[in-house]
Design a protein around this ligand. Structure first.
Ligand SMILES: *Cc1c(COP(=O)(O)O)cnc(C)c1O
Length: 462
């Protein structure tokens, strides 16, 4: 099993090397050279398995010989042991033919835990075997950072630095990043927005001297292993509703395109998904791009669904690679255009490919609040604002095929927005009830590559 870069110039790598590398050295993202197939009988056989057993069967073909079967199975067991729900990703019904996939029962209350808990275990196993240390640097719009800190805190061979946009994450999100006491975790409040955090992270990866000096590793959704972990719940949800005999649709609240790209992989493996619906908030670059054929960045407008406040949607590059017939040179040219002019036009052929695969929709702030309120009144289910964006867009796409909407965070992570919509403040689960009493620890940092690199050099334990 080999992984190739979307820009065609970096060396092909094994699963383990692609995971430890993160961003390819040509600036591209790693994707499998060929997507393994699951036959209808293999999909049907997932019915009734535990989440962990299904995860093993879905992910195993992507791992190659990087991990032995027994080791990989044990890693999966450990990864999901800390979830608060025994089925890990339960489905609840919202309406006729409309189902909600609750992905927020992990330790930091967002779907990021599915991937981060797994790669925490995978990194630990791979680094111990190699006797290596790494410096993990991540950019977060809120949920990736807390999930990464939770997954890597206290590990001997890892230092973790998380860049978050100062003042643009919810208080619960911030406190989840700033209250862990382990010496190997560092929350950095960057003076800028999430796209700035992501851009500085990419700059660090492209500074090869620094990258090699500190053993830089990335756990953002550019990391293939994270995408892979997310493929699993598309299978378990679809099989619960009758796949492979019956096709399903998914609506996914989308920011960096990692989650919905995992759905794209599930479909290419053979899962009968008719439509993947991209739901965006008012930062709707993906909705505009598929409607107009022009991918054009505008400023980020802060919203009540901050984890989707983004203009440069990194994993969209993976979809473009497929849409351009896996032509790395063509993708590299588009990304150069984007860097230089803030926009690029999608070719007619690529646009047709993307429109065949994805529908899109957006929700305004008022529509998001109205959806939280209406869903609560109709079903008793309290949605977080991200999930509400998706429910609103899903409702515009309901039909004969069952729709599964992904609920990506627990409402208690965004209590102000939820209370404003429903009048009731969603309580934190018992295991983090004292979050507001714990002391915080964070370092303000300028939106400047040199300043960041100096800080990381000083703080990391060598
Ligand atoms: C990260 C996140 C998203 C967006 O997911 P992508 O994979 O970046 O598209 C949506 N909702 C929540 C709650 C998130 O944390």
């Amino acid at each position: 099993m080999q992984y190739v870069s979307t820009r065609g110039q970096a060396p092909a790598l094994s699963f383990e090397d692609a995971m430890l590398t993160g961003l390819a050295r040509d600036g591209g993202l790693y994707v499998p050279r060929a997507v393994p197939q699951m036959a209808p009988d293999d999909i049907a056989a997932l019915a009734g398995l535990s989440y962990e057993e299904a995860a093993f069967r879905v992910m195993r073909p992507f791992i190659g010989d990087s991990f032995a079967d027994a080791e990989f199975a044990a890693i999966i067991e450990r990864a999901y042991a800390g979830f608060a729900h025994s089925v890990r990703a339960p489905l609840v019904q919202l309406g006729a033919n409309h189902f909600l996939l609750e992905l927020f029962h992990g330790p930091t209350l967002a779907f990021k835990d599915f991937a981060m808990q797994l790669i925490g275990q995978l990194f630990q196993a791979a680094l111990a075997r190699r006797g290596r240390r790494v410096t993990i640097v991540g950019a977060t719009s809120g949920d990736t950072g807390s999930a990464a800190i939770e997954a890597f805190r206290g590990l001997d061979n890892v230092d973790v630095f998380i860049l978050f946009p100062e003042g643009r994450v919810s208080e619960v999100q911030r406190r989840q990043m700033t209250t862990p006491t382990e010496a190997n975790v560092h929350a950095l409040a960057l003076a800028g927005d999430f796209d700035d955090c992501q851009a500085r992270l990419k700059d660090m990866f492209n500074d090869f001297a620094f990258r090699d000096e500190v053993g830089l590793a990335g756990v953002n959704s550019i990391n293939w292993a994270r995408v892979l972990a997310q493929v699993v719940y598309y299978f378990t949800a679809a099989v619960s509703l009758g796949a492979p005999q019956r096709a399903v649709n998914f609506t996914v609240p989308t920011g960096n395109f990692g989650d919905i790209y995992a759905g794209t992989i599930a479909r290419r493996m053979g899962l009968p998904i008719d439509r993947l619906v991209i739901a965006t908030n008012q930062n709707d670059i993906l909705h505009r791009a598929l409607a107009s054929g022009v991918y054009e960045t505008r400023g980020v407008t802060p919203s009540i669904s901050p984890s989707m406040d983004i203009q440069v949607s990194s994993n969209f590059e993976r979809a473009l690679f497929d849409a351009y017939g896996r032509d790395g040179a063509a993708v590299a040219q588009l990304m150069d255009e984007l860097r230089d002019s803030g926009r690029f036009a999608i070719s007619q052929g690529a646009l047709e490919y993307l429109r065949e695969l994805y529908a899109t929709g957006r929700a305004s702030e008022d529509e998001t609040r109205a959806t939280i309120r209406a869903t609560h009144a109709a079903t008793g289910e309290t949605l977080c604002p991200h999930s509400a964006v998706a429910v609103k867009v899903a409702q515009e796409n309901l039909g004969a095929t069952p729709m599964i909407t992904l609920a990506t965070a627990h409402p208690a992570k965004f209590p102000d927005a939820v209370e404003a919509a429903t009048g009731a403040r969603p309580p934190l689960p018992a295991h983090m009830a004292d979050l507001f009493a714990r002391p915080e620890r964070m370092t303000p940092v300028a939106n400047d590559l040199g300043a960041l690199e100096t800080l990381i050099r000083e703080r990391r334990r060598s």
